[in-house]
Design a protein around this ligand. Sequence first.
Ligand SMILES: Cc1cc2nc3c(=O)[nH]c(=O)nc-3n(C[C@H](O)[C@H](O)[C@H](O)COP(=O)(O)OP(=O)(O)OC[C@H]3O[C@@H](n4cnc5c(N)ncnc54)[C@H](O)[C@@H]3O)c2cc1C
Length: 392
Amino acid sequence: MRSNVADSNQKNRQELERRLAEFVREEVIPREDLTRAHDRDWFQYTTTELAGIARAAGLYGPRLTPEHGGLRLSWSDCCWYFEQVGRSFLGPAALGCAAPGQPDIAVLEHLATEVQARRYLHPLVAGERRSCFAMTEPAPGAGSDPKMLRTTARRTAEGWVIDGHKWFISGAMVADFAIVVARTEEGVTWFLVDADNLGMRRVRDIPTMEPFDIGGHAEIMFENCQVPADAILGQPGRGLEYSQWRLEGARLFHCMRFIGLASRAMETAQGYVNQRRSHGVLLAEHQLVQGMVADAHIDLYAARLMTHDVAQRLDRQDAIRHESSMLKVFVSEAVNRVADTAVQITGALGVSEDMPLSMILRMLRPFRIYDGASEVHRAAIGKRVLHRQITP
Ligand SMILES: Cc1cc2nc3c(=O)[nH]c(=O)nc-3n(C[C@H](O)[C@H](O)[C@H](O)COP(=O)(O)OP(=O)(O)OC[C@H]3O[C@@H](n4cnc5c(N)ncnc54)[C@H](O)[C@@H]3O)c2cc1C
């Protein structure tokens, strides 16, 4: 009996995976237009249209609950889901699992009061409002070192007044509200701030190499930004702990989806070397090319296994701080190696915009910096191992 249930779950999962792969291949990827990599209106229009089709097909929202029209997959099942969706630049936004909304939903589900859930969480889940997460600051404020946070929130008779300067805040150009990280007397604290607050001023959208971003990477000034007492999200003084926790989930999702994008790059490159000839034979017959393709597959295999292992740990509700750091370093670097190899063996076409490879490289490169730069994670991993005498 038990094995019948397991068989049926397995079949349902395989069927969902097959339909999702078909949807990404036949509906999502064909709508990509590389000439519109920085056209936000087009991106919004196209992904909204696709989201409607995905909802109707029962493919939308991997982490949303069924009552919110989602699939509520386990973290482990998210691995195959995000890998498929991540193959397209449009996939995560079209299927309701793009950053910053996805990790913001996860933290709001845990921390929001009922009133906050009605005002922020439910509209975010329904796609009616958009969020951003504002932590990073220009020098001398917080970047790699969150303890350098300079944004402050001062208590007043009516609530709080926030003052500070943030930048590289993804999605902020179109966000309806921000989760703002600020220093209070109690320690680092999270606040919910509506984007139409007169004290929150979007100074500019900072142009970056990243294509197909949802709502830019904004520089924001908080000047005499008055918010009510109930704008605090979670408990005062626990903001650094919450930020760490938010990042662990966000990193994992990025790893899952970028494995999809890197795999697509390698598939595209394999198609090229199997047709293009050089020095009398197909490129695919040159051993140097074969070795590069082999290394890329080894990277992808290891990246998938590590990602799945961390997802399983999260499903068991294990602490993943150490593993999440190792995962982030390895996968962010591995997918970049894979995409770089794909570009290299595709020659000039690889760096052109006739093919998606150069866009894939631009999409993947910043991942070695955000969610913790490789160097910062390596330093933390090494310190933890040596101080706690963790055996290999
Ligand atoms: C595309 C993109 C999207 C982003 N989205 C958001 C967002 O939505 N919200 C948000 O708050 N922030 C966001 N960020 C900012 C990101 O979190 C920061 O860039 C990151 O934390 C690094 O901070 P920094 O840029 O100030 O680099 P710095 O702190 O100035 O560090 C620069 C470099 O120095 C090295 N370094 C730093 N510390 C150490 C160390 N201890 N040991 C060795 N080397 C070190 C690393 O190589 C690092 O890359 C985004 C960034 C990018 C690129």
